[in-house]
Design a protein around this ligand. Structure first.
Ligand SMILES: Cc1cc2nc3c(=O)[nH]c(=O)nc-3n(C[C@H](O)[C@H](O)[C@H](O)COP(=O)(O)OP(=O)(O)OC[C@H]3O[C@@H](n4cnc5c(N)ncnc54)[C@H](O)[C@@H]3O)c2cc1C
Ligand code: FES
Length: 336
């Protein structure tokens, strides 16, 4: 989580303007809340220094024009308003008013979140209209629906998802959730009432089986739904291990959805109580996911990571390589 703020300078006492050069950042605190000061040319910004995704330290992030990118999973925040401009953060961070006086910069009060919240009621004349259909209720589909509303889209928004539950934090399924240390309430991206309050229709346990582009219809079961705009955000399915015994229920499991993640959770516990090794396979981001599964397994008991397709994934993806390296060190084996 983000650093403790008490030992940081109190920004209400002011800092010398000369200490904050062009492109520089400084993390301080206001009333115990970590606040990031950043300067671009003559402009000075102050926003909450803690990422609203999983608490990453924004002061260690990447400062690009008037935005700040979280160093952990690269969420992007506006320095002007605190708005979460890019995934995976969904909520804005705080935004503070500053005052420049006698060569010093003072952070004053927190700005109201006006203009950064979704409208309480939809105003059909404000934005575009028509029905937007999104196939896929993962992080991408959810973010698209939210951004449409935040941007003032006043037409119908429908998410069709073959999942039985509302959009949730899938990456956590191989981490704290798998280890049993994340409570259930951490997993949904939004509370159930969020969708109704924002005019986002969720059609769960519904598999889109066909699209009629010319007729602008999505088919599911015997039903169909017309659309003006369509977004396909169906993600990808993991490649299953093609070896004898791959269908054994407790030995091979994929933590992909909330319903299937309980199976590896049980499997890991059972494996940890008996056997001492696991093969975890994956590709690209899934290699990182499978490494994190191994790391969770170590938390639960003994774990030995066997190298498989991780090496290939590492060669193809520098971003994955770093994460795989971290995870591998975590489980005590280095992948070179
Ligand atoms: C266990 C696990 C751990 C991960 N950990 C990390 C991590 O640490 N870091 C990282 O960067 N990434 C991680 N990932 C990858 C990350 O979760 C994905 O990149 C991300 O979920 C992709 O989001 P998405 O919305 O595009 O697709 P998905 O999350 O796959 O969502 C697509 C949705 O569409 C639904 N769908 C598919 N076809 C249809 C259809 N025909 N009709 C209706 N619905 C349909 C699917 O059921 C699913 O709910 C992990 C993935 C897994 C499985
Ligand atoms: S903690 Fe900042 S993007 Fe995840």
């Amino acid at each position: 989580m983000a650093e403790a703020s008490q030992d940081k300078p109190d920004l209400t006492n002011g800092v010398p303007e000369n200490d904050l050069g062009d492109g520089a950042m400084l993390v301080g605190q206001v009333g115990g809340e970590a606040v990031l000061l950043a300067r671009r040319g003559r402009e000075i910004f102050a926003i909450g220094a803690t990422c609203t995704h999983y608490g990453g330290p924004l002061g260690e992030g990447l400062f690009v024009e008037d935005t700040m990118h979280c160093p952990w999973h690269h969420a992007c925040f506006s320095l002007r308003t605190g708005e979460a401009l890019a995934a995976p953060a969904l909520n804005a961070t705080s935004c503070w008013r500053i005052e420049r006086r006698d060569g010093r910069i003072f952070v004053r009060d927190k700005m109201p979140e006006v203009g950064r919240q979704m409208p309480a009621t939809l105003r059909p004349t404000d934005g575009l209209s028509g029905r937007m259909v999104i196939i896929g209720g993962g992080g991408a589909g959810n973010a698209a629906a939210e951004m449409l509303r935040r941007g003032g889209y006043a037409g119908g928004v429908t998410i069709i998802s073959d999942d039985a539950v509302a959009p949730y934090d899938r990456p956590n399924l191989s981490k704290d959730y798998l280890a049993g240390t994340a409570p259930e309430e951490w997993i949904p991206l939004r509370p159930p009432e969020f969708y109704a309050n924002n005019g986002i229709e969720l059609r769960l346990s519904t598999t889109a089986t066909g699209i009629d582009i010319a007729g602008r219809r999505v088919m599911f079961g015997g039903e169909e739904l017309g659309f003006d705009k369509l977004l396909i955000a169906t993600g990808a399915e993991p490649i299953r291990l093609d070896v004898p015994g791959a269908d054994l229920p407790l030995h091979f499991a994929i933590a992909r959805s909330r319903s299937t993640s309980s199976r590896p959770r049980r499997g890991l516990r059972s494996a940890c109580s008996g056997r001492s090794s696991a093969i975890s396979c994956g590709n690209s981001t899934r290699a990182a996911a499978s490494c994190s599964i191994s790391a969770r397994r170590r938390c639960l008991g003994r774990c030995r990571l066997r190298r498989g397709r991780h090496r290939r994934a590492a060669a193809h993806s520098p971003r994955a390589t770093g994460r795989i390296g971290d995870r591998s060190r975590c489980v005590g084996r280095r992948i070179s």
